[in-house]
Design a protein around this ligand. Sequence first.
Ligand code: PLP
Length: 413
Amino acid sequence: MTTATERAGYPLERIRNDFPILQQSIHGHPLAYLDNAASTQKPRAVIDCIRRVYETDYSNVHRGVHSLSQRATDRYEAARCRLQAFLKARHSHEIIFVRGATEGINLVAQSFGRSHLKAGDEILITAMEHHANIVPWQMLSEQIGTRLVVAPIDRQGELQLDALIDRLSAKTRLVAVTQVSNALGTINPVREIIEQAHARGIPVLVDGAQAVPHLAVDVTALDCDFYVLSGHKLYGPSGIGVLYGKEQWLKAMPPYQGGGDMIRRVTFEKTEYNGLPYKFEAGTPNIVDTIALGAAVDYLEAIGLDAIAAHEAELLAYATRRALEIPGLTLIGTARHKGAILSFTLDRIHPHDIGTLLDMQGIAIRAGHHCAMPVMDFFGVPATARASFGLYNTLAEVDALMDGLGEIIKVFR
Ligand code: PLP
């Protein structure tokens, strides 16, 4: 069985061959890797890029006059331009390399938050945020007395947009919202949220960790003020990510960390900070993984995000259809617009048991609260099982998952 996208030329077999890790068995079964929302596997292009940089071009960046340092610097800065083009940012200096989405949000909370917000100001988030887009704002509240306001979701896991708009008050100083929920799969109407917030002069941060591997993103068209992503969810390395910020904000924000590279001149009396983007990249950066993130973006774009999105949408539609036939299975997150995430529970079977028993059949899913405990509380479950699809998954793997769930139900009957 193939998806219509495959029949139209989506090179699924070739793609699968690009991922060495997929060519293995787990407990005697072919691996079905369905944990892509947690982290994606890496194509050979990314793995080879890392090896090649260490073998041929590696040195510290920005400070060296020798050839290796210049080559490493050129490749590091080329990766910045690559990510600028990928996100369609206006300037390459609006691309700040950070460890991941989490660090990007913490940077905004500590730098923008502490310099632009004061006690009593409100930060508006949604009830479906990952802890990475909750806790940094709570820490800021503890530090300077800001208040976290939460826009509700409904039982389908959809954002109640009217309620979010109602909560945009004269005190709101920032809206921080996920584009795609990792726990529910919901795709949020971020463009509309940004328009509504901007109409009131309020900047918006978009958490794109779950969006960029699946949707083409244009930060200039979206007009968001900040956008964060994690490389490891984008078929790139872990420990590298991007904070995009509009030039006007980044210029007006103080450095987040101090150290080498983020300075122009240091004396014991006073330090003059460097310009963008270096002001926010203190210390030796994650040089090789940054370059490899550029390779991951090249790989994705060569396949095409629209084709990837179409293939994944078919996997999700098929998985949803089959899941609904399984007695005792409840889907958690049934929004109209969803990314390729299927969260569910099975009557009387703990999600951790589902995850362990599926692993015995070579199927990797995630079980837990998915770093979204408030979502679990809202749905009244301690955890869910979550299958999440990526560009290399097949309809046969969806079948393996659903057949596996059928076997588990028999064991517990
Ligand atoms: N935001 C969302 C929606 C996520 O799914 C995740 C990771 O699961 C994060 C933020 C945090 O990403 P990272 O742990 O890579 O910083």
